[in-house]
Design a protein around this ligand. Structure first.
Ligand SMILES: *[C@@H]1O[C@H](CO)[C@@H](O)[C@H](O)[C@H]1NC(C)=O
Ligand SMILES: *[C@@H]1O[C@H](CO)[C@@H](O)[C@H](O)[C@H]1NC(C)=O
Ligand SMILES: *[C@@H]1O[C@H](CO)[C@@H](O)[C@H](O)[C@H]1NC(C)=O
Length: 306
């Protein structure tokens, strides 16, 4: 097929030519076939191909420390990976994350490690322990000292393996990166992943008309504290349906406007971007670019052409 030839050729080019462009993927209830269905749908989306996957855990759902089946799915579909190790469930569970990472390197070798865009230690762990996170009942979190320790554990685990040299960092919300308590954590990171959702920023004038400016403000304040580390967009999006949040109205038209402004500018600026989210069936608000179906449909709810 003509299209797959183009992809194979693009994959062989140096990665500096194109930023990573992908989606976030949960792990609950997914087996390899489910991940492959999603990765293929993302790759073949009408109007825009998304060929990278951000994960939140190394562990296959329902197991103690078996590597997540997103890895063989990524190998079969040529999908690059921003790996994630869940860091808010205590030291014993983090050891399971490391065990799964080690096992995946041993089991899949360079077919896996060549696909790694980076490794995130944790996801919004700081956010969940701040007053806003607690108020929103966001669950258990972890502080910067814990995350710095875990980053050191990951660096030790990958030392001397084919993953040595891949960027290791952390993902959090923009307003937590700018909290000066995180300066030592930033020093320990090779990259910062930033999550920012103007839809939820109800303390600001957050109608869709202000959303692009708000998002890029959030991004730029993170860049300003990043100590020169690259800042990757690890989550953002606008819901197609759901409740109004402050002045932010969830609708397909507004989701398209947000995508046209924010995603297209990120792609044009060659910023690594993992959008939220390919499919979000049943969620309220729902951020999905496509509707229901297994595997997900490849026709989006609105045009993704930039
Ligand atoms: C700043 O971060 C620390 C954790 O390092 C947290 O305890 C504190 O609540 C944060 N401050 C705000 C205003 O979120
Ligand atoms: C969390 O709560 C704050 C304060 O009530 C609110 O402004 C914000 O939108 C909430 N954030 C999320 C992600 O729900
Ligand atoms: C969105 O914000 C970016 C960054 O400030 C800006 O360059 C771009 O022109 C904005 N897009 C629109 C449609 O206003």
């Amino acid at each position: 097929m003509r299209f797959s030839h183009i992809l194979a050729f693009a994959a062989a080019l140096p990665s500096t030519l194109a930023a990573y462009k992908g989606f976030n993927y949960g792990s609950t209830g997914r087996d390899q076939a489910a991940f492959e269905g999603e990765f293929n749908a993302a790759k073949n989306l009408v109007g825009s191909s998304f060929t990278s996957a951000r994960l939140y855990t190394m562990i296959q759902d329902g197991t103690t420390n078996t590597p997540i089946s997103a890895i063989p799915a990524a190998i079969n579909t040529g999908t690059t990976l921003l790996l994630g190790l869940w860091a808010s469930a205590g030291d014993a569970q983090f050891a399971n994350e490391i065990a799964a990472l080690n096992a995946a390197i041993a089991q899949y070798g360079t077919a896996f490690t060549d696909l790694i865009a980076g490794i995130s230690v944790g996801s919004e762990d700081i956010y969940r322990i701040t007053p806003i996170g607690v108020e929103n009942n966001s669950g258990a979190g972890a502080g910067p000292d814990v995350l710095i320790n875990y980053i050191g554990q990951v660096r030790s685990a990958i030392a001397g393996t084919a993953v040595d040299g891949k960027p290791v960092g952390h993902v959090d919300t923009y307003n937590d990166w700018t909290n000066s308590s995180q300066n030592a954590l930033i020093s320990a990171c090779d990259f910062l992943g930033v999550d920012a959702y103007p839809y939820y920023e109800t303390t600001k004038e957050n109608s869709i008309a202000n959303a692009n400016a708000t998002f890029w403000d959030d991004y730029e304040v993170t860049v300003a504290v990043s100590q020169g580390k690259p800042v990757w967009i690890t989550e953002t999006g606008w819901p197609v349906s759901g409740a109004t949040s402050g002045q932010a109205v969830a609708s397909i038209d507004n989701a398209k406007a947000y995508y046209d402004d924010v995603a297209c500018h990120a792609f044009a600026s060659d910023i690594n971007t993992w959008w939220y989210i390919l499919q979000d069936t049943g969620a309220d608000p729902s951020f999905g670019l496509v509707g229901a179906g297994t595997p997900p449909p490849t026709t989006p709810l609105y045009s993704l052409a930039c």
